[in-house]
Write a protein that binds this ligand. Sequence first.
Ligand SMILES: Nc1nc2c(ncn2[C@@H]2O[C@H](COP(=O)(O)OP(=O)(O)OP(=O)(O)O)[C@@H](O)[C@H]2O)c(=O)[nH]1
Ligand SMILES: [Mg+2]
Length: 296
Amino acid sequence: MFKSGFVSIVGRPNVGKSTLTNLLMGEKLAIVSNKPQTTRKNMQTILTTDDYQMIFVDTPGIHKPKHKLGEFMVNAAKDSFKDVDLVLFLTTPEGDLGKGDQFILEALKNTKAPVFLVLNKVDENTREKVAETLQKYSSALEFAEIIPISALKSKNTDTLLKLMVDYMPEGPKYYPEDMITDVQERFIISEIVREKALRNLSQEVPHGIAVDIIQMKQNDKGMYNIEVDLICEKASHKGIIIGKDGQTLKKIGERARMDIEKFLDARVNLKIWVKVRKEWRDNQLLLNELGYKKSK
Ligand SMILES: Nc1nc2c(ncn2[C@@H]2O[C@H](COP(=O)(O)OP(=O)(O)OP(=O)(O)O)[C@@H](O)[C@H]2O)c(=O)[nH]1
Ligand SMILES: [Mg+2]
């Protein structure tokens, strides 16, 4: 019997949803950073074996939105668990059941799918904290399974994957077996650039960044010429992104190029133009242009 199904991975920002997605896939597709609100759109990744096909939906962290982009992100995450076969509710061992998680659990009461409580980052927490958290959370919702893991250290994640397969219904191959994601190559490339910006900038600057690919061409030697706009929301951010003698932008560009080369398995020439689009995160037209709009 072939099994298949959709699995939505939800939780607060920064709990490790994208890290877990990449680990389950055995490949880095979703970007990861230590800053909250890294993921901005739902992204499907597809794991196909001889026995099953699971489609993971990595989602933006659910938080209290402060601008239109935030609203889009939270709506996307909440949409993800309406029509899936399983929900992984990811959280970290913080002890108390905080307001953010209470809000998510309330929303999860409406889902028909079974929900797993996945307690991530057990590697950086004591056993006592983990036990205390499990106790506080277990009565907050009727969880189908409760699993403590470390996505970073691959701890207990095999057990998690096995349990996920157990809950998959009999079903068809929804996607061809060589397809690993529903997003386009260009999207992943723009995300790689955004990841390097997130990792090399601090405070509010990286959160106001968007990346738009303006050109991508392969020459007859197989080398890609890629030009992107790195959009920031304030004129004062532009200088910070470029940095002293252009050092910060250079670092972002070099790290992005290396990852894009790995991803495309080809040599890459990457040019980044820094542009200012004032307060784009609250401008619906610009949000649409940058791809932060509902696709269906
Ligand atoms: N110690 C530890 N850190 C982890 C673990 N899993 C993820 N992290 C770190 O937590 C940070 C956030 O990880 P992400 O995967 O980007 O988290 P996310 O939930 O996708 O975050 P958003 O997209 O912002 O909602 C990164 O610095 C990860 O390296 C874990 O099991 N243990
Ligand atoms: Mg993420």
